[in-house]
Design a protein around this ligand. Sequence first.
Ligand code: SAM
Ligand code: SF4
Ligand code: SF4
Length: 332
Amino acid sequence: MTVDVLRRPLRDLRVSVTDRCNFRCVYCMPKEVFGKDHAFLPHSQVLSFEEIARLVRIFVGLGVRKVRLTGGEPLVRRDLERLVAMLAPLDVDLTLTTNGSLLAPKARALADAGLKRVTVSLDSLDDETFRRMNDVGFPVQRVLDGIAAADAAGLAPIKVNMVVRRGINETSVLPMARAFRGTGHILRFIEYMDVGTSNGWRLDDVVSAREIVAAIDRVFPLEPQGPAYRGEVAGRYRYRDGAGEIGVISSVTQPFCADCTRARLSADGSLYTCLFATEGRDLRPLLRGGAGDEELREAIESVWTARADRYSELRSADTAGLKKIEMSFIGG
Ligand code: SAM
Ligand code: SF4
Ligand code: SF4
């Protein structure tokens, strides 16, 4: 096990461009913790687009082939399309994960700058449930408008991520499946995870991927599909009637640490090798202290080759209370 873990290649990079967000999703940035007094990163500590682009180029030199811009909410960072344009010439699959709230006015500029696809988070089509989950009363229609604008701009196929939390939105699973079948968009159900320490996670709140697949299969028969590539985190199923596919991300009930090829860069320039890490390696002093690319490359490589993360495989009811970094900080 340990040997395999150490040999995992570095293929996939998530870049958080901000720790801020205009939502307060109950499973990610609960208001009690992320209220008016919450200390977000000061501007001076947030990496500039130039600094991010330099680091991403170095990561690409180390084997990264997928780059996902995330946050916090990436579209609250002004002129994000400028960063997209800087990254677009690289030989990577460049994507963005967003809550969709600002996507309608931005989709065209992002596509023109070279963005290839987007993933939009959407937890319910029921307006009341959605407003309760984002906890700022944001209407679902504006996210749907964002998805339509992204589609029109060619940012497709669009993935739609739904976090399922028991007692809150599991009744939205079937309506979501029904609505996105046949649209070409790929709906992905995510097991509610114990990221960070602020969402009060309990194992009982997790609706398992198996339950979700069974509930959909009863109404719209499904068949499993093989992974599109090694290390793909979503289990894929296709509708037997040809109306497209869904994905399930079973990080709680069926962990996939042995295949995890993903690194995360926080908005202030720390490198994390696991979603559940307690500490990152701060690259900003090197970046701002005059280090050359080779020195940065060595720093990243030494962190990656030393990693032996497999949090999800070790998770138990007791691990919920451990100190961990927040999802909104390193981008999911
Ligand atoms: N703000 C953007 C968004 O919501 O898409 C990007 C950042 S968000 C942290 C990235 C993804 O993490 C979203 O799809 C969100 O639903 C997911 N997420 C956040 N907290 C989660 C949790 N506790 N369990 C599972 N997924 C979670
Ligand atoms: Fe914001 Fe995304 Fe977290 Fe929701 S999931 S609070 S939209 S960062
Ligand atoms: Fe990767 Fe850590 Fe998630 Fe395991 S728990 S799949 S090592 S990010």
